[in-house]
Design a binder for this molecule. Structure first.
Ligand code: SF4
Length: 299
């Protein structure tokens, strides 16, 4: 963990974003490394083992050369937990996250991915209208700011599914939809990865929850025991599909299955599935009101 102290909070947040974006792309968290190691140990298909060893070698080379684990620098996504007493307004935080992302892209340099969604023309250095994407949580009685950067690769983001089930479909319907989604995705999202599932709320909120689920440390369990049990059951079920590493067949199709949930309307049963490829990049900064920054790869 590295600690930096300064007082210009706009600059602190900008510098933190610039660091987080590059760091997340190069140095994957230990829990993900461990999950990839366990996957290699339990895979029995020759092709699957070869794929997982190639991924392992890829990560080693990225470490040794201080290079990216994947060429797709993703769409930049930030999750912010802002204390009500943090002395920088969220509008300024958002502006600093954008400038930091732009700076990281130009200074490294990184591949820029952002385009206008209709013209497909570049909108800049991984920034654009409403990009980076920033999600907010507001925390009472606290003066800190936590920022988590989750660059999301397009191969796995394209494998995203939403279904408004009937309430009567119940848990069996949820399992069927998740299973169908992952079987349809096959090798396209660069498996084995993390399946994020959002249950409940509304259509848009279920999708938001699915994205939050993929950003959790690998293998953490939902605090609700019923939901945690469903995470375990789906993890086992998805690994019985035989899709395997990169869709080439094998025992390991997913590294984990994470679920986030919200209460919902009595006539709603939304289920969202968001796939996160093996390159499940994330990096966090904890910023204190005095400008002290603790960088944290594992949060
Ligand atoms: S899906 Fe993930 S591993 Fe595959 S190319 Fe995209 S970022 Fe890289």
């Amino acid at each position: 963990m590295t600690t930096i102290t300064t007082t210009d909070l706009s600059q602190v947040v900008e510098d933190a974003a610039a660091h987080l974006y590059v760091w997340a792309l190069k140095d994957i968290p230990q829990d993900l490394r461990d999950a990839l190691g366990r996957a290699r140990d339990r895979e029995t298909s020759v092709t699957g083992i070869r794929v997982l060893e190639t991924i392992h070698r890829n990560v080693e080379i990225a470490d040794a050369q201080k290079n990216l684990v994947c060429q797709d620098t993703g769409i930049p996504v930030y999750y912010c937990h802002v204390g009500e007493l943090f002395p920088l307004h969220p509008a300024r935080i958002q502006a600093s996250l954008k400038t930091g992302t732009e700076r990281a892209t130009l200074e490294h340099p990184l591949r820029s991915n952002t385009v206008h969604t209709l013209t497909r023309e570049s909108t800049g250095a991984n920034v654009g209208y409403r990009v980076p994407i920033v999600h907010w949580h507001f925390v009472p009685d606290w003066d800190g700011l936590d920022v988590k950067c989750v660059p999301k690769g397009s191969g796995s983001e394209n494998m995203t599914f939403l279904k408004m089930l009937f309430p009567a479909d119940g848990v069996a319907g949820i399992k069927r939809f998740v299973l169908d989604s992952i079987v349809d995705a096959g090798g396209k999202p660069c498996p084995p990865g993390i399946v994020g599932i959002g249950l409940g709320g509304s259509a848009d909120y279920a999708m938001h929850l699915a994205k939050e689920a993929i950003a959790r440390p690998v293998g953490t369990r939902n605090p609700d025991p019923l939901v945690a049990q469903l995470e375990d059951e789906l993890y086992d079920l998805l690994n019985e599909t035989g899709i395997g590493p990169m869709g080439l067949g094998g025992d390991v199709t997913v590294l984990q299955c994470h679920i986030e949930h919200a209460d919902t309307h009595m006539t709603l049963n939304p289920v969202a599935v968001n796939y996160q490829c093996w390159a499940a990049r994330r990096a966090s900064a904890h910023i204190a009101s005095d400008g002290t920054v603790d960088f944290d790869r594992e949060a």
